[in-house]
Design a protein around this ligand. Structure first.
Ligand SMILES: Nc1ncnc2c1ncn2[C@@H]1O[C@H](COP(=O)(O)OP(=O)(O)OP(=O)(O)O)[C@@H](O)[C@H]1O
Length: 288
């Protein structure tokens, strides 16, 4: 399977925060979701990938090319969509397009027109008068109209209503249909990833927790519920994170087979959601 992006041992230190030894890949033909709690380092990682900030050490390859030495040619092939709009607010969609189009060698005006029509965007409206969802769709239309091979998005669905969010997710799922492109996006809305992501990259406190196929993660991890009596010094060690109530407990394990052997029929073991995995992992690390 081809890696479109490879980050290897990347470090970046700020005064009160450090990305440490960050390594992960983004696979061609798949959607990779990037999750982690507030301040975990998602935006910093994306900025490093886009060479918007300087890394202290490590390597980043995009399309097999060094992301600093070959920045210009790499960026031609990336559609970058992020929260803060980089458009001129006073211009209309049509005027803005005239400025953006010449910046890309592979700009396709027909494709742009198609996306504008299918996203139902008002081309004569000023950017500042577009809703958040419309701006997001416009950014996506731009990214798709220069035939980007990699779409990178920082929280594209935050602040969007469920209808818009679904539409955006459908568009993303469409993008990877031809198996030549890849989508990488950060989000706090893990249910979006339950729905469409193939791979999950999870970061916490500047370190990658995992970068794996979603199905594999959901097979390995389990939510265990049972009576308090089942917990002792040994069984506790099996849990990444635990929540105890007056009568029982709920915990996350990354080894569901082991939990089945350990507890048998005495506990209820279920497949976790990504939110469960994130919640208990972060909680477990905070309490460690
Ligand atoms: N330029 C900077 N100088 C100093 N610290 C910074 C700078 N940029 C980010 N940070 C810090 O780095 C940490 C990670 O920030 P980052 O924006 O990457 O997190 P995030 O995972 O995207 O968070 P969120 O989900 O809240 O958007 C935070 O503690 C933030 O304050």
């Amino acid at each position: 399977m081809e890696n479109i992006v490879e980050m290897k041992g990347v470090n970046k230190r700020y005064k009160d925060f450090a990305l440490q030894d960050v390594s992960f890949s983004i696979k061609k033909g798949y959607i990779t979701g990037f999750i982690g709690p507030n301040g975990a380092g998602k935006s910093t990682t994306i900025k490093l990938l886009m060479n918007l900030i300087k890394r202290d050490s490590g390597d980043i390859f995009v399309f097999g090319l060094d992301n600093i030495a070959r920045e210009k040619e790499i960026k031609e092939r990336i559609g970058f969509v992020y929260d803060e709009s980089y458009f001129y607010e006073e211009l209309t969609i049509r005027e803005m397009k005239r400025i953006i189009a010449p910046l890309y060698r592979r700009w396709d005006d027909l494709a742009f027109q198609r996306y504008i029509d299918s996203f139902e965007l008002p081309t004569r409206r000023k950017i500042k008068h577009l809703s958040k969802g419309m701006k997001m769709k416009f950014s996506l239309a731009v990214a798709l109209s220069h035939h980007a091979d990699l779409i990178i998005m920082d929280e594209p669905t935050s602040g969007l209503d469920p209808v818009f969010r679904r539409e955006i997710l459908d568009i993303l799922a469409d993008i990877i249909q031809d198996e030549e492109k890849a989508v990488f996006f950060s989000t706090h809305i893990t249910t979006d990833l339950d729905r469409i992501a193939d791979y999950i990259t999870f970061i916490d406190r500047g370190r990658i927790v995992f970068n794996s196929p979603k199905d594999e993660i959901l097979e390995q991890y389990g939510i265990v519920r049972g009576a308090k009596e089942l917990l002792d010094a040994d069984t506790r060690k099996e849990f990444i994170g635990l929540r105890e109530t007056a009568v029982g407990f709920e915990g996350l394990t990354s080894n569901v087979q082991m939990a089945e052997e350990l507890f048998g029929d005495e506990a209820l073991i279920e497949t976790p959601s990504l939110e469960d995995i994130m919640f208990y992992t972060v909680r477990g690390r905070r309490h460690a």
